[in-house]
Design a protein around this ligand. Structure first.
Ligand SMILES: NC(=O)c1ccc[n+]([C@@H]2O[C@H](COP(=O)([O-])OP(=O)(O)OC[C@H]3O[C@@H](n4cnc5c(N)ncnc54)[C@H](OP(=O)(O)O)[C@@H]3O)[C@@H](O)[C@H]2O)c1
Length: 291
């Protein structure tokens, strides 16, 4: 259990998930520090949180950011570059944490990274392994895709007059706030190693997701399920992105999310370009099967 006075460092605290984690931790009254490469505080970071400038990819600023820290919640990831710097970044974080008295590191990962062969997932797997062999007290939470990311991906595809969808692909997206709730809870508890995976309450086919978005946004498009080749597509059809036995599911489904979301032409944010490219690649069959 963390001491109430110990600072919790949230790397990636300016990102979509990280910002939600920061809000939850501040609500518990804990001192929270955000690590970011940006010299200026992000608009989504409350004044109550401390702002630390640093770069996980180079290691700059990490020693200072970790000073007096009892727990790190690692929500940082090179999402723009499909994870290109994630392994190096995790190595730097591990080394800096070891030098700073070995705080509990809570790390967010993705369900199915060991089953679906895409470059980003290989980088996430390498990051998990570094943490597991670091000797640090750690907790890894794997979550499925956030509803927001799925919506952004579908919105991109729905610009086409006929919307292509890989036939048979299965998705179990989750509400980002529920992932943040779980991470905050894990950050306040003892290290557990691999925590139970977290996904949404319902498994969707890609085609049904697209139809749901079209219905919710009042657009009429034909949906074209395509039988796409490749190992990654095969893994998606086999349920590689779904929560397996022993995992847990959230309450808020994609349809609840759609009912509440403003459905203009949404993008997940520039920071998600890497994931969007991966999702679009999946849907057009251009998934990287290399590492
Ligand atoms: N999106 C999903 O559907 C999903 C599903 C499951 C798990 N996840 C995982 O959840 C985590 C957060 O995802 P997200 O969608 O919230 O990401 P995001 O919005 O793209 O945010 C990424 C964050 O990483 C930080 N960052 C990137 N490179 C950095 C570096 N070299 N040094 C320091 N900070 C760096 C960025 O901070 P600055 O730009 O301020 O430096 C930013 O706050 C990732 O690990 C992702 O793999 C995401």
């Amino acid at each position: 259990m963390t001491m109430v006075s110990e600072t919790i460092l949230v790397t990636g605290g300016s990102g979509v998930l990280g910002a939600a984690v920061v809000r939850r931790l501040l609500d518990t009254g804990r001192p929270v520090r955000v690590l970011s490469r940006r010299p200026q505080r992000a608009a989504n970071t409350p004044e109550k949180a401390e702002w630390a400038v640093g770069d996980l990819a180079t290691g700059a600023g990490l020693a200072e950011a970790l000073d007096g820290v009892g727990v790190v919640v690692n929500c940082a990831s090179d999402t723009k570059g499909a994870g290109k710097t994630d392994e190096t970044a995790t190595r730097h974080l591990v080394e800096a944490a070891q030098a700073a008295g070995s705080p509990h590191v809570v790390h967010v990962s993705i369900v199915g990274i060991d089953l679906v062969p895409v470059g980003y997932y290989k980088a996430k797997l390498a990051a998990e392994r570094l943490l597991q062999t670091s000797g640090l007290p750690y907790t890894v939470l794997r979550a499925t895709q956030f509803h927001d990311l799925v919506l952004a991906g579908v919105q991109q595809l729905a610009r086409l007059p006929v919307v292509p969808v890989p036939s048979g692909a299965l998705v179990q997206s989750v509400e980002v706030g529920e992932v943040a709730d779980r991470l905050a809870e894990l950050a306040l508890g003892e290290p557990v190693g691999r925590a139970p995976d977290l996904g949404g309450p319902k498994v969707w086919s890609g085609a049904d997701l697209v139809r749901a978005v079209l219905r919710a946004s009042g657009r009429r498009r034909s949906v074209l399920p395509l039988p796409l080749p490749g190992k990654a597509m095969k893994a998606l059809r086999a349920g590689g992105l779904l929560v397996r036995e022993g995992g847990s599911v959230g309450r808020r489904g994609f349809d609840d999310f759609l009912a509440a979301a403003p459905l203009g032409d949404r993008t997940y944010g520039a920071a998600q370009a890497g994931d969007r490219a991966a999702l679009k690649g999946m849907l057009t069959g251009q998934v990287s099967e290399r590492g």
